[in-house]
Design a protein around this ligand. Structure first.
Ligand code: SAM
Length: 333
């Protein structure tokens, strides 16, 4: 998510009206808010007294915000400090929708301890919460070839090799802050596009890698499918092209009739487990972008589950390469 945000620290929920429009005919039930943040979605859903929200967030700072909602909504609200790929629930019958609002909340971007943005001086950290390593570990310990892969595949950074080489030469002096990294990038990188900050791509790739965002999303979606009762929805808001590609593939591939061998007719039906309710992606209105510029890259997609028993092998195979690159993180644990 971009750091050019409203100047207050308050996070403005993105595409909230559109989400409420999708779920409001289905009110009276339990909603899973997998990315609680500052509670914008949860609070709006709980305004309807027939609803219950079970919320999740990996950031321990979300616990404090969740306490305010707990006081206000009592037993209709529950918060869990957990990553969404690890959600387990015993009673799932009343779930009406599972909602993901990916990316970072405004308070996280402004938090200099987290060091998520090149716009703010801070430690080279980038951990959202419940992580096993930091950006400092990655930058100071990984082989330059591994760093170059991360910059290429998660940031589409064409000067990734040069930047990785320079990092590996400089690290005996320790690269400790976001400022240190920005200085290296500025020195190594040509300015191809004056509208985009030179550090954008490297910072995006490190945030994805440190938070293992690809595997979180892939296993989070598969888990959501397993938890969801028939006729309930999965709703996802994404902020960058890799996330959107994953969500689009997951929804479309398992919503469409698949052309497979006539000797395998059952496979075809077995894997058509979603109904794609809106083929087009939903984007913020111009009015929302004006009010909240960081909403500009948001994309909303949603599906209805129509069947159990899906086989997601093809999904995992499609993104195998990205999962393997995230797996480089195991060298740091
Ligand atoms: C864009 S914010 C959500 C904002 C929220 N919808 C609101 O209205 O305030 C994304 C939140 O998701 C959390 N998050 C990101 N990845 C997560 C994961 N894998 N598991 C749990 N929480 C995650 C972040 O810590 C952050 O608080």
């Amino acid at each position: 998510m971009s750091a050019t945000i409203n100047l207050e620290k308050k996070h403005l929920p993105v595409l909230l009206d559109e989400i409420i429009k999708i779920i409001s005919p289905r009110y009276s039930g339990t909603f899973l808010d997998c990315t609680f943040g500052q509670g914008g979605y949860s609070e709006k859903i709980l305004d309807n007294t027939n609803n219950k929200v079970i919320a999740f967030d990996r950031d321990s700072k979300a616990i404090k915000t969740s306490e305010k909602l707990k006081k206000k909504f009592k037993e209709r609200f529950e918060f869990n400090h957990k990553k969404f790929s690890e959600i387990q629930l015993s009673d799932t019958k009343k779930i009406k929708a599972i909602i993901f609002d990916l990316g970072y909340s405004t308070d996280q971007v402004f938090d200099s301890e987290k060091g998520l943005s090149f716009n703010f001086k801070g430690k080279l950290n980038m951990r959202m919460g419940l992580n096993t390593f930091s950006a400092h570990d990655a930058i100071n310990k990984l082989h330059k070839d591994d760093l170059a892969k991360i910059f290429k595949y998660f940031g589409d950074e064409r000067d990734g090799k040069k930047i990785a080489n320079s990092i590996s030469k400089k690290r005996n002096k320790k690269i400790l802050s976001t400022k240190d990294l920005v200085e290296i990038i500025n020195k190594e990188k040509k300015n191809y596009n004056f509208k985009v900050n030179k550090s954008t791509k490297v910072f995006q790739s490190l945030r994805i890698f440190v938070n293992q965002e690809i595997s979180e999303l892939i296993y989070g979606l598969i888990n959501a499918y397993k938890l969801l009762p028939i006729n309930s929805y999965i709703i996802v808001v994404t902020f960058h092209s890799i996330e959107d590609k994953i969500v689009k593939f997951f929804f479309r591939n398992y919503s469409e009739e698949k052309r497979v061998s006539r000797y395998l007719p059952s496979y075809k039906n077995m894997n058509k487990v979603f109904e794609l309710l809106d083929k087009k992606v939903i984007s913020p209105t111009e009015a929302e972008i004006k009010k909240n510029p960081s909403s500009r890259s948001a994309k909303l997609r949603y599906v209805k589950k129509i069947k159990n028993g899906a086989n997601f092998e093809e999904f995992l195979l499609k993104f195998k390469n990205l999962l393997e690159i995230e797996g480089i993180g195991k060298k740091l644990c």
